[in-house]
Ligand binder design. Structure first.
Ligand code: GUN
Length: 295
């Protein structure tokens, strides 16, 4: 058996085409241009690449985009002051502070300083709370992307056994919360496993949908997967560089083994990654609509 490949790249392209039309319509009908500000502190190569992509994509879609690059030794105070300025800037609908931040900066304090109405990452405690009670304005981008992959690929989540591997605030905890909601595209029975779980493979093996965000290359093996399961691999691990200098990537799932067991699987690259950036655009357009009272 060889699993169907769930191309996040293709689904993201489709969503971006829908968004470009929506953005053009907002400009034509309301003279509104959604605005995104991204803030990058330091020069972590993965973060530089993500933030550059986020800006490139927002410009391509016809949005207003500002990329603010700050040195690694930026103080927490300076960062908070910048966020305050962006909170009060009417051209900016969405603010994204790329994580991780340097050690000396209190990440939680910075995320809490962002106006929840401009928190297009969905990381502010107000937005986390709204998500948990099923009233979200902004779902965090990677989990929102996973949800769209499942919906647009026709994967039934209602009543499905879902196993989430990893308990990060960015992926594991929110996707578990999203899929257990009493809502369309959710209604799953969710198990979340983590580094202290006694028998991770046994939990994985029960899953109809296995979502892996462990941060360990090729962590999940083929024999941990139930035959016919849908596998969503969130891992983006840099395992080296190609001769042309591009990053070599591996997921958190041993793809060659998994593809023989699963019924469908997301590849790395070209799976969840492109969806994350696209859902940031979706959230920014939504923020602009809320700010300008557009239905
Ligand atoms: N670092 C890794 N993923 C993300 C994300 O979705 N948003 C932000 N702001 N930082 C990240």
């Amino acid at each position: 058996m060889s699993a169907k490949i769930l191309s996040g790249k293709d689904i993201a392209k489709q969503i971006r085409a829908e968004l470009a039309e929506e953005i053009a319509q907002m400009k034509a009908d309301h003279d509104v241009v959604p605005g995104l500000a991204t803030v990058l502190v330091g020069e972590n190569p993965a973060s530089v690449s993500y933030v550059t992509s986020k800006n490139r994509t927002s410009k391509k879609l016809g949005m207003h985009s500002e990329q603010i690059n700050l040195p690694a030794d930026t103080t927490e105070e300076a960062l908070l002051e910048l966020i305050h300025k962006l909170n009060n800037d009417p051209k900016i609908d969405g603010i994204l502070v790329q994580l991780p931040l340097p050690k000396d900066v209190d990440e939680s304090k910075v995320l809490m300083a962002i106006d929840p109405g401009k928190d297009v990452d969905g990381f502010h405690p107000v937005n986390v709370g709204k998500m948990v009670v099923g009233e979200a304005d902004f779902l965090p981008c990677t989990p929102a992307g996973i949800k769209q992959i499942l919906i647009r690929s026709g994967v039934e989540t209602s009543g499905a056994e879902v196993c989430v591997v990893g308990r990060s605030n960015i992926v594991g905890k929110p996707i578990a919360n999203i899929l257990l909601q009493k809502a369309e595209g959710a209604n799953a029975t969710v198990t979340l496993v983590h580094t202290r779980t006694k028998d991770v493979p046994a939990h994985c093996k029960r899953a109809d949908i296995l979502i892996v965000a462990a941060g360990v290359p090729k962590y999940v093996k083929g024999d941990w997967i139930k035959p016919g399961a849908v596998v969503i691999d969130v891992g983006v691990n840099r395992t080296g560089t190609t001769e042309s200098g591009k990053a070599k990537l591996a997921g958190d799932v041993d793809f060659d083994e998994a593809v023989e067991v699963a019924s469908a699987i997301t590849p790395v690259p070209g799976g969840v990654g492109p969806m994350t950036i696209t859902m940031l655009m979706v959230n920014t357009v939504k923020a602009a609509k809320i700010h300008h009272c557009i239905d």
